[in-house]
Design a protein around this ligand. Structure first.
Ligand SMILES: N[C@@H](CCC(=O)N[C@@H](CS)C(=O)NCC(=O)O)C(=O)O
Length: 240
């Protein structure tokens, strides 16, 4: 099982803002949120240490709006209190700020734009609706159709080309959860229909940062089951 980096439950309204004096970045996050996972994965990939503060997005601490006025996660805080929010803005900021630590994005503005638009294309194509968990046949059809289109789009070993790059890390969280979704919703996602996606996923799972950021499948299943049952539990597997 992957080492747990976040062991404290999601903070709610009325909670006190945690303070850290270790000089690390702080990521305000939500477990099982693909947007939050993007940021944690990139930081792990670049081997940048960080604190995690889990935020309960259905009962947010009042102080959280001072971090991100939109109230969404993820959000990144520098030790000097500077804030960056929106997952792709945060990721590009990390990439630029820590460019020497395993650079991922090309310097050329056009090539950079190409990588960023590919992220939008892949995520936009692999569309997903949570009602698939409840057996909504239209949602299931849409997810399966999206995966078929993504399979056609993938032409290289990695989305970014011959090696794992920025696009791979930014789209990974949406794919990591597919095996668990498949177990609940019986979506068609198989080596027969999606050999390229599955081979890419196998390659991704050999990358240490991907492995250490990944969730335990049983925990993810328990989270998805709680969502399906209408009693969402972000704190599956965490201590209070
Ligand atoms: N565009 C945002 C989306 C982030 C987002 O929607 N996060 C969800 C958690 S997965 C959230 O905070 N939802 C709470 C809300 O929308 O009020 C990003 O890329 O960071």
């Amino acid at each position: 099982m992957a080492p747990k980096q976040d062991s404290i439950i999601h903070l709610r309204a009325g909670s006190t803002q945690p303070k850290f004096d270790n000089g690390y970045l702080t990521v305000y996050s939500l477990r099982f949120s693909p947007f939050s996972e993007r940021v944690r994965l990139l930081l792990n990939y670049k081997q940048i240490p960080f604190n995690i503060v889990n935020i309960h997005i259905r009962d947010r601490p009042e102080w959280y709006y001072k971090k991100n006025p939109l109230g969404k996660v993820p959000c990144l805080e520098e030790p000097d209190g500077s804030i960056v929010y929106e997952s792709l803005v945060v990721a590009e900021y990390i990439e630029d700020r820590y460019h020497d630590q395993r650079p991922l994005l090309p310097a050329d503005p056009y090539q950079r734009a190409v990588q960023k638009q590919l992220i939008e294309l892949v995520i936009g194509t692999a569309s997903y609706n949570h009602t698939v968990l409840e057996g909504n046949p239209d949602a299931k059809k849409t997810v399966e159709g999206g995966l078929d289109k993504v399979e056609e789009l993938l032409q290289t070993d990695y989305w970014s080309g011959g090696e794992c790059g920025f696009v791979d890390l930014m789209v990974w969280p949406w794919f990591e959860r597919l095996p668990a979704i498949q177990r609940i919703a019986a979506i068609r996602f198989s080596p027969e229909h999606h050999p390229k996606i599955l081979a890419w996923m196998d390659r991704m799972l050999t990358i240490p940062a991907v492995k250490m950021t990944a969730y335990d499948t049983e925990e993810r299943l328990a989270f998805l089951e709680s969502r399906k049952a209408g009693a969402i539990n972000f704190d599956v597997g965490l201590q209070s």
